[in-house]
Write a protein that binds this ligand. Structure first.
Ligand SMILES: Nc1ncnc2c1ncn2[C@@H]1O[C@H](COP(=O)(O)OP(=O)(O)OP(=O)(O)O)[C@@H](O)[C@H]1O
Length: 223
């Protein structure tokens, strides 16, 4: 479960203070599949960064899977990210010199999973996301949709309790977006992994059961 209580994030830009989040209150239960929608600059990415422990809050409380993030130092946050959170970004963020298998294995390597087990799991998960025969290809040899499948596989392989996705369909056509969404929904149902997807894409918003609208750094609508 994710709990945000009166979360504020203020960036200092020279003399200017940017209030990116202005008192976000939000509960997201385990196994939910939600979209975070809102205009450009409304604070969606900032909120994902707070929930994902990529950055610290200016004030307020963030809890992920029973852990209070505000009390954690950098190492604690890094451990939390590695053990509990998977990330999928719009630009895929795959490592260009590594094959699809190696990209998926990379996180497990950081987690100290033995080589044989890594190979087994990465094969299994690439099969699960429908690109088993493309494991030896590097990102540049894959289409945008296939790269995004690798990114989802990589996020899922360590069995996180939450997947945070930032504009995962931004570079995809609507058919490819639809199949990515269906894949994420299937994985969500199977594994009860929580999916939180920040997006502008009406197709994604339409698809998700729960839609959270962020406006001016606050939750404006939650339905
Ligand atoms: N590192 C930073 N330093 C200063 N201001 C920042 C920083 N990151 C974000 N901001 C500001 O915080 C506000 C919220 O940004 P954020 O990226 O969270 O919005 P967003 O809803 O994700 O936008 P988009 O849909 O365009 O990605 C914006 O005004 C942005 O300019």
């Amino acid at each position: 479960m994710v709990i945000c209580k009166d979360v504020w994030k203020i960036y200092q830009q020279g003399e200017v203070k940017v209030e990116a989040l202005r008192g976000v209150d939000l509960d997201i239960f385990q196994g939910e599949f939600v979209s975070l929608a809102g205009a450009s600059g409304s604070g969606k990415t900032t909120l994902l960064n707070m929930i994902g422990g990529l950055d610290s809050v200016s004030s307020g409380y963030v809890e992920v899977d029973g852990d209070d993030l505000s009390g954690m130092n950098k190492n604690g946050l890094a451990d939390l990210r590695l053990s509990k959170i998977g990330f999928v970004f719009q630009a895929y963020n795959l490592i260009p010199v590594l094959t699809a298998y190696e990209n998926v294995e990379f996180i497990m390597q950081l987690q100290g999973v033995p080589a044989e087990r890594r190979r087994e799991l990465s094969h299994e998960i690439l099969g699960r996301v429908g690109i088993a025969d493309m494991g030896e290809r590097k990102p540049a040899e894959l289409s945008g949709g296939q790269q995004q499948r690798v990114a989802v596989a990589r996020a899922l392989v360590s069995n996180p309790s939450i997947i945070l996705a930032d504009e995962p369909t931004a570079n995809l056509d609507s058919k490819t977006s639809e199949s990515l969404l269906e894949l994420m929904a299937e994985l969500n149902q199977e594994s009860q992994t929580t999916f939180i997807v920040a997006t502008h894409d009406p197709q994604v918003i339409e698809f998700t059961k729960r839609k959270i609208l962020i406006s001016d750094g606050k939750v404006a609508q939650d339905c």
